[in-house]
Design a protein around this ligand. Structure first.
Ligand code: AMP
Length: 286
């Protein structure tokens, strides 16, 4: 397994693989790898001949003063996990390498980033879109893998790739959850034991709501307030948003008459958690 820090060497290795006829898969991460990340790597391993993982905690996607400095960094364990899954290349650039001279160019994907997390994390999605575009330039991949856990991010990246005619297929992978439903996240480690128990209310509320909508007749406002009620009942939480949106455009729905996504962000203590589930239009209309 190649572990590279320099852009030129990384590009060279990916190009060489492509020239040998290999299908190159890219899995961008911020490290602190858990089963969610590993599921992306496994999907890449299944579909591609040459798998590249990037580990880069990107400062431009963090809100200034928020958890960039304290974000977990576990490089040795990450490299071991990558190696055991048969990853071919890990790119671990420094901030100076990725943002040499301080970038003056930013990618902004309009509309799709206005609501949901975009409303609460100004600049976050511009930081993500820009760094993913840079990574795709450095590592010319045929396929790139992203988790549905960060649903708005996945939709935004698909759109950026479409708008920029980037020659890469974006593969979305299902959210990996703990046995009790909590979506895996590097930030879960910050939850106390009580908060960890409380956090299961998020996925429980989402799945109950999705079942209610699928069964038909559910009023969206009532569904949203039921989700809020379920979460508050579990303990003190600061709910940033609970929204039911069109699965492709992320526009708020008043009636579920097409494929939709129920998305939420909740702070429990100092830990910000996001989750979402898909829901189809109920049979026989909204
Ligand atoms: P991150 O390191 O948090 O930037 O995440 C890197 C990639 O892993 C993103 O595409 C995430 O959506 C994905 N990911 C994170 N957590 C999960 C999870 N629980 N299930 C599936 N994918 C995940």
């Amino acid at each position: 397994m190649l572990v590279l820090q320099e852009i030129a060497a990384c590009r060279e290795a990916a190009r060489a693989a492509q020239q040998r006829g290999r299908v190159v898969g890219l899995v961008p991460t911020m490290g602190a790898l858990h089963e969610g990340h590993l599921s992306l790597i496994r999907a890449a391993r299944e579909r591609c001949d040459f798998v590249a993982v990037t580990i880069f905690v990107n400062p431009t996607q963090f809100t200034p003063g928020r958890d960039f400095a304290s974000y977990p960094r576990t490089l040795d364990a990450d490299l071991e996990a990558c190696s055991s899954l048969g990853v071919n290349l890990v790119f671990t650039p420094t901030v100076e390498t990725m943002h040499a001279g301080g970038s003056k160019t930013t990618i902004h994907v309009s509309d799709l980033t206005a609501g949901l997390c975009g409303q609460h994390r100004p600049g976050h999605f511009d930081g993500v879109a820009t760094v993913v575009a840079k990574l795709l330039n450095i590592l010319p991949a045929d396929e790139a893998f992203f988790g549905e856990k960060d649903y708005q991010q996945l939709v935004m990246i698909r759109r950026m790739v479409l708008d920029f005619n980037l020659p890469v297929e974006i593969v979305g992978c299902p959210t990996v959850r703990e046995a009790d439903g909590l979506a895996l996240s590097s930030r879960n480690a910050r939850l106390s034991a009580d908060q960890r128990t409380q956090a299961t209310s998020l996925s429980r509320a989402l799945f109950t709501a999705a079942d209610g909508i699928a069964a038909g007749g559910a009023d969206i406002a009532a569904v949203r307030s039921a989700i809020r009620g379920d979460i508050h009942e579990a303990g003190p939480a600061d709910i940033e948003y609970v929204e039911i949106v069109d699965a492709e455009t992320l526009e708020r729905l008043t009636v579920v008459d097409r494929a939709a996504r129920i998305c939420l962000a909740v702070r429990i203590g100092s830990c910000r958690l996001i989750d979402n589930v898909g829901v189809d239009a109920p049979r026989g209309g909204g």
